[in-house]
Ligand binder design. Structure first.
Ligand code: ZN
Ligand code: ZN
Ligand code: ZN
Ligand code: ZN
Ligand code: ZN
Length: 287
């Protein structure tokens, strides 16, 4: 079907009118006989005919051609009213732009986007319709938290709804607790493993220290024993030295005092000195 003649402003060339619907060509094609038709009009016609509806010359789909360029340009430049003129749209534009205008025209009827809503409203009223649409999704006005999806949903049982919600929350919580528990458990396990490892390392260190200490103790005991022995030897030597000195003194007394008594002491000093020197040398050797 073509564009309604009534919508056009000014004169429309006869050549731009469909031979079938007598309206202005929409998606035009033309036959070899140069008669032009709307695509949908001629397709419908050729289902039952095989000739041009104007002059009865042979015609089928395969020989239809696009409209001459100059005719297409004339057609595109025609001025027409928006199809929503009756509803209040006052737009008049060239035919080539009419589709894009009508696509976004504020007066075009559009379906409500809510699932199941049969209402069609002018685009400019869509927002206010959606706010009150029975099919809009909205929370229960009683505050139970239920999302009402449509009119038949509005009569739901709030208590049952809340109970379901509660059950869901509870199972969610149980799940979360289970998760947390498992996480804690695994963390604890890993810490325990770590502690066990550290403990065994410490144990090893302690063993090492113990063995070092016992070694040191035995070394010390050995040193102490050696020292004791040295001391004993030293004491022994001291004892012997003292004894020897004693002996020497006694010996000297025995050798010199009798001569003193016989008054020959004046001749004795050289010998005495010699003996005393000898004694000193011996002492030094003993020490
Ligand atoms: Zn037509
Ligand atoms: Zn024809
Ligand atoms: Zn419009
Ligand atoms: Zn609606
Ligand atoms: Zn409710």
């Amino acid at each position: 079907m073509g564009y309604d003649m009534e919508r056009f402003v000014g004169y429309v060339n006869e050549g731009l009118i469909c031979c079938i619907c007598r309206d202005v060509l929409q998606d035009p094609v033309q036959a070899p006989c140069e008669h032009a038709f709307c695509t949908s009009c001629i397709h419908g016609w050729l289902i039952q005919h095989n000739s041009c509806p104007e002059d009865r010359q042979f015609l089928d789909l395969s020989i239809l051609r696009p409209l001459y360029r100059y005719m297409r340009n004339d057609l595109n430049r025609l001025q027409l009213h928006c199809t929503n003129r009756d509803r209040g749209c006052e737009i008049v534009c060239a035919l080539e732009s009419i589709d894009s205008h009508e696509y976004e025209c504020e007066y075009t009827h559009v379906p409500c986007p809510n699932n199941g809503c049969p209402v069609q409203v002018e685009r400019r009223n869509l927002y206010s319709h959606v706010l009150v649409c029975e099919f809009r999704t909205r929370e229960c006005p009683n505050g139970c938290g239920y999302v009402i999806l449509g009119p038949e949903d509005a009569q739901h049982n709030c208590v049952a709804e809340m109970r379901t919600e509660l059950e869901l929350l509870r199972s969610d919580m149980i799940c979360q607790m289970e998760d947390t528990k498992q996480e804690m458990q695994s963390r604890l396990d890993s810490q325990r493993r770590h502690m066990v490892k550290r403990e065994s390392l410490l144990q090893k260190d302690i063993e090492e220290l113990k063995s070092q200490m016992s070694k040191m103790m035995s070394n010390m005991q050995a040193l102490m024993a050696t020292e004791r022995q040295h001391r004993q030897e030293l004491e022994q030597a001291e004892l012997e030295k003292r004894e020897l000195l004693e002996l020497m003194k006694n010996f000297q007394k025995d050798s010199f005092f009798p001569r003193n008594r016989s008054k020959k002491a004046i001749h004795s000093p050289p010998l005495f000195r010699l003996d005393s020197m000898k004694l000193k040398t011996w002492e030094a050797t003993a020490i």
